[in-house]
Write a protein that binds this ligand. Structure first.
Ligand SMILES: *[C@@H]1O[C@H](CO)[C@@H](O)[C@H](O)[C@H]1NC(C)=O
Ligand SMILES: *[C@@H]1O[C@H](CO)[C@@H](O)[C@H](O)[C@H]1NC(C)=O
Ligand SMILES: *[C@@H]1O[C@H](CO)[C@@H](O)[C@H](O)[C@H]1NC(C)=O
Ligand SMILES: *[C@@H]1O[C@H](CO)[C@@H](O)[C@H](O)[C@H]1NC(C)=O
Ligand SMILES: *[C@@H]1O[C@H](CO)[C@@H](O)[C@H](O)[C@H]1NC(C)=O
Ligand SMILES: *[C@@H]1O[C@H](CO)[C@@H](O)[C@H](O)[C@H]1NC(C)=O
Ligand SMILES: *[C@@H]1O[C@H](CO)[C@@H](O)[C@H](O)[C@H]1NC(C)=O
Ligand SMILES: *[C@@H]1O[C@H](CO)[C@@H](O)[C@H](O)[C@H]1NC(C)=O
Length: 401
């Protein structure tokens, strides 16, 4: 028995560090020939050997959709450029039953995907270019387009140092993932200040646990970071234990947004030491009747938000997907039921900046007030006033409202 354990340990230390150089599998490093199959062959060979490092040496590469598997690291040499083909035939509709029995159905195969595998890393100072321009023109909003990095049901994920540029739709989309670290990645897409935009959320996290995002730098055409939570096979899967810090957001609909998909609930989220420079709203928590779910124990502190184009901090359970919906005052009472969203116990501390619309805007539902929201040392300049409706126990810089 002892000998057996010793043997497997040795086996893994050898195989896990094995390097699978994509050029050895036939990938063209000048970027002139597509090398989708060569990249996938390298990944599959590494996976067959219980995992390894799939390495892209210095150069340029052109690819279609690739699939990551367990124990795979995509490792890019400095300044590698990986461009994705923009022919829709490369990204057909996808329907697949993954190792844990869940079924995944998508209108397009993502550019890079991992479904139901674990221990995945993508790292290196490389540029991943999704050729979004062609997609946005071909399928303008509100069309659906392929997601760049779509990662579902993965445990242990690390994204480090990569730049993701021109995504057809969401840049990074994680669903039902646990133990995620996203470090120093950069996301660049054209600004888009109106809805519906091209839907290029920077990092979109849905029903994930233990997520640490640090040092990211995002400028995009939708939310820079969005946190959601969903219902899957009648089970509410919450998003919990999230830390977002030391990050810098430029263009985007929200610097960090929560919701409006809140059905699974979200709790224990901290956002700290961030700069938002030119987003529409700074911090936005949104939901509506029909979504359900509880959002609680969220803490935002040490955030500078300058040059915002709309509200500084907005919390609303009446958000119907449009700004007009936020200003609809015609809300009838409804009995509380599983459709009702709840928001409570949120703290904002040491927040400075300026906004064009209300510095603080909170609107709940008649049957579900937004409760226990504390603002301490929050200074947001605006020519508008604070606006509150259907709220309880709101304390702003020491004053109870
Ligand atoms: C991943 O690596 C672990 C060792 O760390 C090994 O036990 C496991 O079998 C590998 N998984 C796959 C799918 O090869
Ligand atoms: C992920 O890595 C852990 C630790 O090395 C290992 O125990 C587990 O089997 C791996 N998961 C998969 C699906 O290979
Ligand atoms: C909240 O999440 C953080 C990670 O951001 C974690 O360290 C902490 O233990 C969590 N707190 C609770 C009460 O679970
Ligand atoms: C983000 O990128 C901009 C340049 O595009 C740079 O000026 C800024 O320092 C970066 N911020 C961080 C936190 O990396
Ligand atoms: C915001 O960005 C502008 C340039 O785009 C820069 O001049 C300014 O210093 C930035 N502000 C902060 C607080 O980072
Ligand atoms: C949202 O509410 C506004 C104002 O009542 C309305 O004009 C708009 O059509 C609604 N949008 C949706 C998607 O229901
Ligand atoms: C109000 O929210 C804070 C977190 O912001 C929490 O610590 C406190 O217990 C809450 N108070 C009540 C009465 O729930
Ligand atoms: C507050 O909301 C109620 C419905 O819950 C509505 O009747 C009232 O007009 C709103 N007040 C303002 C000032 O918008």
């Amino acid at each position: 028995m002892v000998a057996f354990i010793y043997f497997t340990a040795i086996l893994f230390t050898v195989t896990a560090s094995d390097i699978y150089d994509v050029t050895k599998f036939g990938a063209d490093h000048t970027g002139s020939k597509p090398c989708t199959e060569a990249i996938q062959r390298a990944i599959n060979e590494a996976a067959r050997n219980y995992g390894g490092i799939v390495y892209f040496p210095h150069g340029q590469y052109l690819s279609g959709a690739v699939e990551l598997k367990s124990n795979i690291t995509l490792d890019f040499a400095d300044k590698v450029v990986l461009r994705f083909l923009d022919d829709p035939k490369e990204y057909p509709p996808l329907e697949e039953t993954i190792p844990n029995g869940n079924k995944i159905t998508l209108p397009f195969t993502p550019l890079i995907r991992a479904f139901g595998h674990s221990n995945i890393t993508i790292r290196g100072n490389a540029m991943l270019d999704g050729h979004g321009e062609t997609w946005w023109a071909r399928m303008p909003p509100p069309s659906t387009r392929p997601v760049f990095l779509q990662i579902f049901w993965v445990r242990n994920l690390l994204l480090e140092d990569i730049t993701v540029k021109s995504s057809p739709m969401y840049n990074v989309n994680l669903k039902n993932c646990d133990d995620v670290v996203i470090k120093r990645i950069k996301i660049r897409n054209p600004a888009n200040y109106v809805d519906p935009g091209p839907n290029t959320d920077g990092i979109n996290i849905n029903s994930c646990k233990r997520v640490h995002i640090t040092g990211v730098n995002i400028s995009t055409g939708d939310d820079c970071i969005a946190l959601d939570s969903n219902i899957e096979r009648n089970t509410r899967i919450p998003t919990v234990d999230v830390l977002i810090e030391n990050s810098h957001m430029y263009a985007g609909h929200g610097g960090v947004s929560i919701g409006s998909v809140t059905a699974g609930g979200l709790r224990n989220v901290t956002v700290r030491n961030c700069i938002f420079n030119g987003t529409n709203r700074g911090l936005f928590i949104k939901s509506r009747r029909g979504r359900g779910g509880l959002v609680e124990d969220i803490s935002y502190h040490d955030i500078t938000m300058v040059d915002l184009r709309k509200e500084g901090i907005a919390i609303a359970t009446i958000y119907n997907g449009s700004d007009a919906g936020l200003h609809n005052r015609d809300f009838h009472w409804e009995p509380v039921n599983e459709r009702t969203p709840f928001i409570r116990n949120i703290e904002f501390k040491n927040i400075q900046g300026d906004s064009v619309l209300n510095p603080i805007f909170i609107v709940g539902l008649p049957e579900s007030s937004i409760k226990n929201i504390t603002f301490a040392n929050v200074q947001i300049k605006s020519k508008f006033d604070i606006f509150l409706n259907n709220t309880k126990n709101i304390v702003i810089n020491g004053n109870v409202h």
